[in-house]
Write a protein that binds this ligand. Structure first.
Ligand code: ATR
Length: 273
């Protein structure tokens, strides 16, 4: 009798002990009766490349990459998806024909979560707050969903302008940019992609105006609504959500890339809450 070896996957980051990816991927694998063994790998800047090469040399199937190595993973990838190119960051690695491939699944994770929440971006006016790594990771799938407008605002306005400029080469959707005071207009979807929620700070100071049916979304997740979501509630938003669905959604897309199966998100979302 031969023993079948498990499919090996892992997430690399620093810190990594808090990562919920093993729990998510193990639950997905159960949906398809797949024997997936998913590890956490703690790396540093000096040994990140060795960890990645070693993992694939030993027959590993797929790696997720988290903070602070997404840019390093981007440089290491020999073939990159358009989403990864625009993001300048890679969160999913796999080997195909001995060539290292990289993708960024964050944007698809967000998009699927917006759709799940009943807010398909098509034809909507979207305000995206932030122009750092998290924002870059999601803008391409967002404009590909054909909103009527995407405005990117950021504390450092020049970064919002640069990102908007990059995006205009890729889309015919109207893309505007500005600083954190450029909030005028009535919004259907407002997304916080800044890291302000880590410190329980609300990134915006000015007044926000929402459509009757509108969504405030924070990519950060936690047990309580973030300062940004509380602010939006006070401003009268009808719906709000944190980023747990996006976290599970980006994992689902990585899972699909590696195993060719599309896992169901809802059951896991309910149990992780
Ligand atoms: P990440 O990968 O999490 O996006 P990042 O690339 O360092 O991290 O970007 C952090 C983002 O959060 C930036 O858009 C940053 O604004 P600046 O570009 O002006 O630095 C934004 N940010 C962080 N803390 C903030 C705060 N308290 N208020 C508003 N914006 C904030």
């Amino acid at each position: 009798m031969t023993l079948k070896t498990p499919i090996r996957c892992a997430v690399v980051g620093n810190p990594i002990a808090h990562s919920r990816s093993p729990e998510i991927h193990t639950a997905f694998a159960k949906q398809f009766n797949l024997d997936v063994h998913y590890d956490r790998i703690l790396a540093d800047r000096n040994d990140f490349n060795d960890h990645v090469r070693g993992f694939f040399a030993q027959g590993g199937t797929g790696l997720n990459i988290t903070v602070p190595f997404k840019e390093l993973a981007f440089s290491l990838s020999q073939v990159r998806s358009p989403r990864a190119e625009l993001a300048g960051a890679v969160n999913t690695l796999w080997l195909k024909d001995n060539v290292l491939h990289g993708c960024n699944t964050d944007g698809v994770g967000l998009l699927n979560d917006l759709i799940r929440l009943g807010f398909n971006p098509k034809g909507k006016r979207i305000l995206l707050i932030g122009a750092g790594g998290a924002a870059k990771g999601v803008v391409l799938p967002l404009v590909q969903a054909q909103p009527s407008l995407l405005r990117i605002v950021n504390r450092t306005a020049s970064k919002a302008h640069e990102l908007a400029e990059l995006l205009r080469d890729q889309t015919s959707v109207t893309v505007e940019s500005g600083d954190l005071t450029a909030l005028d207009g009535i919004w259907d979807i407002v997304i916080n992609a800044t890291s302000s929620s880590i410190d329980q700070q609300n990134p915006i100071a000015g007044a926000l105006h929402f459509n009757d049916t509108a969504l405030a979304y924070d990519m950060f997740y936690g047990s309580e609504p973030t300062a940004f979501l509380q602010y939006c509630q006070q401003a009268g938003v009808s719906h709000y959500a944190d980023g747990l669905g996006m976290l599970i959604g980006q994992a689902a897309e990585s899972f699909y890339i590696w195993h060719g199966q599309q896992p169901a998100i809802e059951p896991l979302l309910a149990s992780m809450r």
